[in-house]
Design a protein around this ligand. Structure first.
Ligand code: SF4
Length: 451
């Protein structure tokens, strides 16, 4: 993971590529997918098969400058309370479309800041889900936590709601970096949050950290990483900061002259990755790490790792229902995304219509290409035999692409007629290599730096 020679060798140090949390990526969604499509997909769910569910809470008390999430700042709870009523109404509407008996197997609350919800609202939201849909016995329930916005009451409410995994946002502990990205959060605050979570019995903890931020140097990120590791997270997501101020307006507040250049970005990732792995974490895909006994690490070892909108997962539920403004649902027919603006989302739900505003109907070889790209992003390999057992003879269409890609990226990609592999030295270019199998039209300006 640490060798970035491929990018300079191929002149790709500044290349941009999709993160491939879906295929096609969300920039290809079109407004011809409306509420009727989502209704059909919900009606077709198999009651015997649990579903994944994502709930989006698009509010934050503070708006961090580096963040490109769809969220709005608020100092009062009034808009949050009103939004929550709409979200509960949406749960009722979605539940009414689904066959009786469908259970939630995976639940994720993201945002924004789900921990902006007071304890009573955490309980109200959970009760609505339990009453209208129901939880599977093996429910895994993860929540994104802002350590500056939790107290014992909130953590207890989340634990009582059934939370099994907490995902804490850290980014970087260096004060100079935090100041430059408009997000101040001390080590002590974070450590207190972690001990509150552990006191309530949460055993699985994920930490999000970021490289490529203003003022970061190799010694500074390693010092910050040391503090992160002292909290003993079970999983670490090491994301590259994507500076796209033309898309995320808040990022205009960041002085671009203080950002690490492409060469330093690669070095920061390489050194942090090495350090994390030296501390008994297993590398997962392009940017995650997990303790070897963690289920994500087990999934990676057994070839069961998947990619979803949150990154890497061992989730086996075939369908995902996204609730809340801008949320994306995924079914075998395709993708359906809710209206991105909270006002449009609320208006649709309050008028009794599902809030789908755009999406994508999977057609032709989309599913085959989606799985091929997922294999590369998860396993750094395409196994044509596995593709054939899943897709039959149509998988043969991928073989000529494998030959061409191996030639183009030689010696970083090899192909033996059955398996295409990205070598360890080629891994920093995984997103660029995966793009070779993408048949949608792409516009580089829409994507983040590939390293
Ligand atoms: S990083 Fe978290 S708290 Fe900050 S703006 Fe983004 S979602 Fe909100």
């Amino acid at each position: 993971m640490g060798n970035s020679k491929i990018l300079s060798d191929l002149g790709l140090s500044d290349a941009r590529a999709p993160r491939y949390t879906s295929y096609p990526t969300a920039v290809h969604f079109k407004p011809d997918i409306v509420a009727g499509f989502l209704s059909t997909c919900l009606q077709e769910l198999d009651p015997e098969v649990p579903v994944s569910m994502y709930l989006h809470i698009p509010f934050c008390e503070r708006l961090c400058w580096f963040c490109a999430c769809r969220t709005q700042g608020t100092k009062t709870l009034a808009p949050v309370e009103s939004y929550l009523k709409t979200l509960i109404r949406e749960i009722e509407m979605v539940a009414a479309k689904m066959p009786k008996g469908v259970r939630i197997g995976r639940l994720h609350w993201g945002g924004g800041t789900p921990t902006i919800l007071p304890p009573a609202q955490i309980t109200a939201l959970t009760n609505a889900l339990k009453k209208r849909i129901g939880f599977d016995d093996d429910l895994e329930f993860s929540v994104e936590i802002d350590p500056t916005l939790v107290d014992a009451d909130k953590v207890n409410a989340l634990a009582e709601a059934g939370m099994t995994r907490a995902s804490i946002g850290i980014q970087d502990f260096a004060p100079q970096v935090q100041k430059a990205i408009g997000r101040e959060q001390s080590y002590d605050q974070t450590a207190k949050c972690v001990s509150l979570l552990r006191d309530t019995g949460i055993t699985s903890l994920n930490a999000d950290i970021v490289y490529g931020l203003p003022h970061q140097t190799t010694p500074s990120v390693l010092k910050s990483l040391d503090q992160v590791l002292s909290l003993a997270p079970d999983r670490i997501a090491l994301f590259g900061y994507a500076h796209v101020p033309w898309m995320a307006k808040r990022q205009r507040l960041i002085d671009a002259t203080t950002l690490p250049d492409a060469r330093l970005r690669l070095e920061l990732f390489a050194k942090m990755s090495e350090d994390i792995q030296a501390r008994d974490y297993q590398a997962i895909g392009i940017d995650h790490f997990a303790k070897p006994q963690d289920t994500l690490a087990e999934a990676a070892r057994s070839g069961a790792l998947k990619r979803n909108f949150q990154g890497y997962t061992d989730d086996r539920c075939p369908s995902l229902i996204g609730l809340g403004a801008s949320s994306i649902s995924k079914f075998s027919r395709g993708y359906a995304q809710n209206a991105a603006a909270s006002s449009a989302y609320v208006k649709a739900i309050q008028s009794g219509t599902l809030a789908t505003a755009r999406g994508y109907r999977l057609k032709g070889d989309d599913k085959l290409r989606a799985r091929t790209i997922e294999m590369l992003m998860c396993d750094f390999m395409i196994d044509l035999d596995n593709l054939k057992s899943e897709f039959g003879a149509s998988a043969d269409a991928i073989a000529p692409d494998c030959i061409a890609t191996a030639k183009k990226f030689d010696p970083y990609v090899t192909f033996d007629g059955t398996r295409l592999r990205i070598t360890a030295a080629g891994r920093p270019a995984t997103r660029i290599i995966a793009q070779d199998f993408d048949r949608t039209e792409s516009d580089a300006a829409l994507y983040s730096a590939a390293s």
